[in-house]
Ligand binder design. Structure first.
Ligand code: SF4
Length: 284
């Protein structure tokens, strides 16, 4: 009896052990597969996730500070690569520049450049623009976003220029910002491009580049502008905003910055860049 019990127990234990031994490799294989699938998914998501994590870190101002020497070096390289940068908005004088900048709000320069030749062929002065009228302007710029509001502003600001400034674009920030449809960014572009003032017009590209690289971290465009005014060496100030816009538009692009082609990759503080192996402040 006792033997029987012992036998039963032994058999039971043996069976349990056998089934455990048999199940273990299957379980292990399944676990391995799940793990591999997880890893695969993680690997697929990694670059995008890593970039957004890096962006979040940058947005919180948690990046290392740039030294004066690094900032100087970055702008020295921008200047060497493109000594005379300018706006990509086609214009002939301060008035056509002002109109183009007003039209470029929440639109691309390329899109504005497609519409303005026909507009300026008919109206390249405030007087001609008012004479052309809102409906005709609206029709000529209808390929540009927010064209209804913009047509209204173009006529109102042209009228304002005639009534208050003798038909001239004023070389004065407050007077510019008092015109319909003209904000700080537009005034900064006009002051810089038309009048050679060392202003920095922070658009979406400069805002991103400033925050992402750690060069000028700020929650608003004005924060970034003021920070850039503080850190950019005076001798580079005139062209700084063009270099940063072009850098953001063509290299440090929003979705996946082209760090591998970036001329300031070794200076940049963004933790998501793919070229961390580059030597610091290497001369280029
Ligand atoms: S390395 Fe260059 S492209 Fe990449 S995030 Fe920095 S500034 Fe932008």
């Amino acid at each position: 009896m006792a033997r029987k019990t012992i036998g039963k127990t032994t058999r039971k234990t043996a069976n349990k052990a056998t089934s455990k031994a048999a199940k273990k490799p299957i379980k292990a294989r399944i676990k391995k597969r799940i793990e591999a699938a997880r890893k695969g998914k993680a690997a697929r998501l990694k670059p995008a996730k890593a970039r957004s994590k890096a962006d979040a870190k940058a947005a919180h101002g948690a990046l290392p500070q740039w030294t004066k020497a690094e900032i100087e070096e970055a702008f020295r390289r921008f200047a060497a690569a493109n000594p005379n940068p300018s706006t990509e908005l086609e214009h002939a004088d301060p008035f056509t520049l002002l109109i183009s900048v007003v039209l470029s709000a929440q639109a691309t320069d390329a899109g504005v450049n497609k519409a303005t030749p026909a507009l300026f062929a008919l109206a390249d002065t405030p007087e001609k623009m008012v004479k052309l009228g809102e409906a005709r302007v609206r029709d000529l710029i209808k390929t540009i976003g927010l064209y209804r509001t913009k047509a209204k502003n173009v006529i109102a600001l042209s009228r304002g220029l005639i009534e208050k400034h003798g038909g001239q674009v004023p070389h004065d920030r407050a007077a510019l910002e008092a015109l319909p449809g003209v904000g700080r960014k537009t005034a900064n572009v006009v002051l810089n491009v038309a009048f050679g003032e060392p202003t920095i017009a922070v658009d979406t590209h400069i805002f991103r580049v400033g925050n992402r690289t750690g060069l000028a971290v700020g929650k608003t465009p004005l924060d970034v502008e003021l920070k850039l005014m503080e850190v950019v060496p005076q001798k580079y100030m005139l062209h700084a905003h063009h270099w940063l816009i072009l850098h953001g538009r063509y290299t440090c692009v929003a979705r996946r910055p082209l760090c591998e082609k970036c001329i300031i990759a070794d200076l940049c503080k963004w933790p998501g860049k793919t070229t961390a192996h580059l030597p610091a402040t290497a001369s280029r």
